[in-house]
Each structure stands twice: as C-alpha cells, then as structure tokens.
Design a protein around this ligand. Structure first.
Ligand code: NAP
Length: 281
C-alpha cells in the first residue's frame, strides 16, 4: 500500500468510525433519555398517601422506580394513587400500617422484599404535628409525635438495613425539617423528633457506609400540604414574605431533592442534611 492509499484508507476508516460513533452516540443519547434515573429500583415510602410523600412516590415512579408506600388507612384515594402509579408503568402497592409500630414496620418490609424482590430506597416521610407550648404539652402529645416521626424511622431503618446490606447498596432518606435544625417555639416535640432524625441519619451513614448504604436528611421549610393548610393564612403570608424566594414551597420541589438523594447522581453524598426551604434565615 502506497502512503497515499494508506492515508485514503485511513481517512475512509476514520469517517466510517465517526459515522458509527455518531450513530451509537445518538442511540446512546436516545437510550439515556428513555431510561429513568431510578430504573430497576424499588422505593419504600412511609406516609406516601398525601402531601410530600405522594409527590415523592409520583416523582420516583416517573423515573422508573417500583413503589411501595404506607399510610394509616387504604381508602379510595389511596387506591386511586396506586392505580395512577401503575398507569405510569411501574409496580405499586399500598400498605395500611402504623409507622410507629415496630412489628407492623417489619411486616411491611418483609412483604415488600417478597413482592418486589429488593429494596433500594427507603424514604422515612410519615409525620404528624401536635403543637403546643411546653408548659401545656401533655405526655401523649410528646409521645405520639416522637413515635410517629422518629421511632418510625428507627423501625424502618432497622428492618431495611439487613436487606440493603445484603444487596450492598441502598439510599435512606429521612424527612427532617428546618425546625429540627433551628428549633421552634410551640413545637418542642416536633423539633426534637426532627433533630433526632438528623442524629439518626448521620450515625447510620457512619455505621453502614462501608456496606454501600447512604443516608441523608431533607430539611423542608414551609411546604403547602395538609399539614400546613391548618395554619392561619396570616401566618402563611408572613412565612412567605420572610423567605428569599418570597413564596411557600410545593411538595414536588421537595420530591426533586429526594430524587437527587435516591439516585446515583448523589453516589458520594451521605450523612448530610439538604435544606429545601426557599432560603430561610
Ligand atoms: P401530610 O400532608 O400531613 O402527610 C402526612 C403523611 O404521613 C400522610 O401520608 C399520612 O398518612 C402519613 N402518616 C401520618 N401518620 C402516620 C403513621 N402513624 N403511620 C403511617 N403513615 C402516617 O404531611 P406533609 O406536609 O406531606 O409532611 C410529610 C413529612 O414532611 C412529615 O414528616 C413532615 O413532618 C415533613 N415536613 C413537612 C413540612 C411542611 O411544611 N409540610 C415541613 C418540614 C417537614 P395518612 O393518610 O394515613 O394520614
């Protein structure tokens, strides 16, 4: 082969190579576009029937995850959500279960493992408020908030970590709050439960990091859900005026942060608290 023919052959080979590469590249781009960020993953969400938990379930399903979620009662609206999720092409199942109960949480996790095969993402989202000043806060107000908001996370983390450890992967997300970081008058029980979630998360991140399990908290600010709709309009307006973005947050905006923490996009993020509060002081 003369150098010229050699060069032409090389040129031909190079253009052939680039054509193939561009085609494969385009195909890969189309494939990447089609593939959801959570394709093939199974997510278990506590308190998935309404508000932030429901938005997380819909967001994760839109990215290809199969969804198991809990709430206290499975009625028509919950069944409608299961149908909506299944209509998005993923597996979905709702569990009537009190997240504060150790035994019920373990039963749910065993069934999810059996039904879905694995558990890749746990979202500890179930939560309630029972506000009041400390001097008037009775024991049941304290206990029910701590049990529902904090003990529930222990229950589900305790049940899920053996499954995740065997898989050598998992992402645990717990729904804390800005008041868990800053405190709030009239919410000693709630703030203590949310601060407790942060300590729990940072500790489990250290305990289980070597097994490929990550754990992070989200600290939402004031998000428009049933939980906050009971508050006086004047108070909501004042909160909106006080944050940098001058508005309250939407559940879908918290779900976006949860998606980041659930997906491999955050593969080197663990033991962190991510605020989603519109820029609160
Ligand atoms: P929400 O609209 O009141 O929804 C609460 C969810 O938790 C519902 O699905 C509810 O299920 C479930 N739940 C309550 N108690 C439960 C229990 N014992 N067992 C199982 N499920 C239970 O509240 P949200 O505003 O979406 O709040 C979700 C999470 O974000 C909570 O942990 C909350 O503390 C936190 N958060 C919210 C805000 C905010 O501004 N909204 C701010 C910071 C943090 P049922 O349908 O059975 O009642």
């Amino acid at each position: 082969m003369t150098p010229c023919r050699d060069a032409r052959g090389h040129l031909f080979f190079m253009s052939f190579y680039f054509a193939i590469t561009i085609r494969i590249g385009n195909f890969a781009m189309i494939k990447c576009h089609d593939m959801g960020l959570l394709e093939g993953k199974v997510a278990l969400i506590t308190g998935g029937s309404r508000g932030i938990g429901k938005a997380v379930a819909l967001k994760f399903a839109s990215e290809g995850a199969d969804i198991a979620f809990t709430c206290r009662n499975v009625g028509d609206s919950v069944q409608a959500l299961v149908d909506e999720l299944q209509g998005m092409g993923v597996k979905a199942k709702a569990y009537a279960s009190d997240a504060a109960s150790f035994d019920e949480a373990h039963k749910v996790v065993a069934d999810v493992k059996e039904t879905f095969g694995h558990i890749d993402i746990l979202v500890n989202n179930a939560g309630i408020t029972k506000d009041g000043l400390m001097m008037r806060m009775d024991e049941s107000q304290w206990d029910s908030v701590i049990d529902t908001n904090l003990k529930s996370a222990y229950n589900f983390i305790h049940a899920c970590t053996p499954v995740m450890a065997r898989q050598r992967c998992g992402s645990i997300i717990s729904m804390s709050s800005v008041v868990g970081v800053a405190g709030n008058a009239g919410q000693c029980n709630y703030a203590a439960s949310k601060a407790g979630l942060i300590g729990l998360t940072k500790s489990i991140a250290k305990e289980m990091g070597s097994r490929g399990i990550r754990a992070n908290c989200i600290a939402p600010g004031f998000i428009q859900t049933d939980m906050t709709s009971a508050l006086p309009e004047k108070m909501r307006d004042e909160v909106a005026a006080s944050v940098s973005l001058r508005r309250l947050g939407q559940p879908e905006e918290v779900a976006g942060v949860a998606l980041f923490l659930a997906s491999d996009m955050s593969s080197y993020v663990t033991g962190q608290v991510v605020s989603c509060c519109g820029g609160m002081n």
